[in-house]
Write a protein that binds this ligand. Structure first.
Ligand code: 13P
Ligand code: SF4
Length: 301
């Protein structure tokens, strides 16, 4: 089957089954041809919370599909490939319990990039686009933040009155980006604006002009009068910016900055899942009951 036929077939079955395809902007770019929504983790969870489709095919990683399932216990959620997030897998149920026991009586904020089990032990969720507002909303002078130590540092930089005790997780993809990579690109492109994701190391954040989630970076690029941008995040965002703004110079750090888990899904996999309804994602009922409070509290902000 050629790509055009594949896309037509997916779109046809999607309608027949009243299914929706949600895709993260780190996915292979061809998935945008069949996706009903492409965006960042916050946008995806907001959409998952209000969809009236019967089935959700999640082109993303495991924690995203789990979040969609927790928000829609009566719907069927599928992940074309069971791919995890390396950062989310850096903390499990036992480790979050130990972390809380070591730091008692402190509200716990968990990055949405965490398992349902970890969310069930936390007070409120956050994404890279709203972590500062989430922590501010707690009106507290100390919080625990899991699992991303770099996102925690970014929040602390913006809220210096809040003492953040961070779990020591990180994203292996963003970890590969160094300040020197940015400075070298900047030396070749002196007018370029540096956009970076808050999962980047603090040495990268410190020399960035704008820090935000993937959607926020894309919005910044769209609205800016500037013509050149150095993009410090996963390659999927670079490709979408190059596609959407051909008159702007979008400069990647390197083609090697890609998340292997995010790149697993193909159009063929999506068609297979639509047809065969394989890889349904389920969440333990007791875990889901506790985790939903953590996600809902964030969505209300
Ligand atoms: P956002 O979708 O919030 O930009 O986060 C990026 C990410 O790493 C998702 O796994
Ligand atoms: Fe997880 Fe990093 Fe991949 Fe996002 S880019 S899914 S944080 S490993």
């Amino acid at each position: 089957m050629d790509k055009k036929e594949l896309i037509e077939k997916i779109n046809k079955i999607k309608k027949q089954k009243n299914a929706i395809i949600l895709a993260h902007c780190y996915q292979n770019i061809e998935i945008d041809f069949v996706a009903d929504f492409v965006g960042d983790s916050l946008g995806l969870s907001q959409l998952a919370a209000k969809t009236d489709a019967d089935k959700i095919i999640f082109a993303g990683v495991y924690f995203m599909a789990e979040t969609a399932k927790i928000l829609n216990p009566a719907k069927k959620v599928y992940l074309p490939n069971i791919s995890g997030c390396d950062m989310a897998d850096m903390i499990n149920l036992k480790q979050i319990k130990e972390f809380k026991a070591k730091n008692p009586d402190t509200p716990v904020v968990c990055y949405i990039n965490s398992t349902a089990a970890v969310k069930s032990e936390c007070d409120i969720c956050a994404t890279s686009s709203n972590a500062i507002e989430v922590v501010k909303s707690l009106n507290t002078d100390k919080v625990l933040f899991v699992p991303d130590k770099y996102l925690a540092k970014w929040v602390e930089k913006n809220l210096p009155d809040v003492q953040i005790t961070a779990y020591q997780g990180y994203c292996p993809t963003h970890y590969k980006i160094n300040a020197d990579d940015i400075l070298n690109k900047k030396a070749e492109n002196k007018e370029a604006i540096v956009l970076s994701h808050p999962e980047c190391k603090d040495e990268v954040i410190e020399i960035s002009d704008f820090v935000g989630s993937t959607t926020q970076m894309m919005k910044y690029c769209k609205e800016s009068k500037n013509k050149e941008f150095i993009v410090a995040t996963e390659f999927g965002v670079v490709q979408r910016l190059q596609r959407d703004y051909p008159n702007k110079k979008i400069i990647p750090i390197s083609n090697e900055i890609y998340c292997p888990s995010m790149k697993e899904n193909t159009l063929e996999d999506i068609l297979y899942t639509l047809e065969n309804e394989n890889n349904e994602v389920k969440v333990d009922e007791n875990i889901a009951k506790k985790a939903v409070n953590c996600i809902d509290r964030m969505l209300k902000i």
